[in-house]
Write a protein that binds this ligand. Sequence first.
Ligand SMILES: Cc1ncc(COP(=O)(O)O)c(C=O)c1O
Length: 343
Amino acid sequence: MKMPTLTRLDLRQRIDALPRINIACIPTPLQEAHNLSNELGVRILIKREDLTGLAMGGNKVRHMDFCMADAIQKGADVSLNVNPWMSNNARIIGAASRRVGLDYINVAPASKSRPIQGNLLIQDIIGTDMHLLDTSEPSEVNEYVDKLETKLVEQGRTVYNHIKEHMSRSSATIAYMEATLEIDEQLKKIDITENIEMFIASGGAHGGLMLASQALTLPWTVHGVLVGQPEESYADVVTWSNNALNHLGFSERLTWDDVEQLDKYIGPGYAKPGQDCIEAIRMVAELEGILLDPVYTGKVMAAIIDYAKDNRFTEKDTVIFVHTGGLPELFDFADELKRRDYT
Ligand SMILES: Cc1ncc(COP(=O)(O)O)c(C=O)c1O
């Protein structure tokens, strides 16, 4: 699939035609990582999507500008979501829902005996009605959610069910088509016009950067890093991107042949950091004082480190690491992350 060539104004106008509210603190900084660049022998910039402002930030906050506008337009008074314990999506949807005056219910599969820590703790603090289930069996979870939704409707509530609403996920692609305009402008200001190697965890935002950089004919290669096996890691780039293209009035559609996902950095699995991920988190923390998370961004940085050590960058390249946040999950992985016991 080939995106039609667009001017920046064309893309801006399509995005501006969508309903929107302003929740995200954007633009976020694009920062030089001097020490990391020296260490790895390639210029590295960090796009600080961990600084988007709501409930400890992350990429998802940008999505909420479009998703919550959709919920409000549909007259919702309660946001209903299904996401497990480690989910940043659950935290940000919750915080954004509260911000716009909606109640928030999250059904969390396979989370019954989890400590109330990280993203679950934040959901508790913001006043989420949390349903922690033992099961992760899809038919059981669906039955539970269907019953809950039916009960809410019988009570006269207008439910925005994030599992059924396209905009909940395709807002990621839309938001990162917009972020492409933002990054392009930031790069121009520092005179970087060629050889951009961008790394991001694969998902809706990956789709947005890919589609928009192609439409604007930018000199970017966008590497989407899988952080779990495709069936376990919420990375349906194709469906989410195609829904976004539909919302933006494009007739083009992505297929899986158009999407490259790097699968070498998954480690033991989704929400299971390998040694390369843990070392990447420590390296960036030591050199830059910037924290990464063990579920998403640590694995993306492990990919950049591996590419650098493997001499896969040239001296003309600029690497952009999209730091998509996820920081509350550091605290759920203390055992894996701490360097030693202190007893
Ligand atoms: C920290 C972090 N990075 C990246 C992603 C991928 O997000 P998306 O599919 O919205 O691009 C997620 C999704 O949960 C996330 O929490």
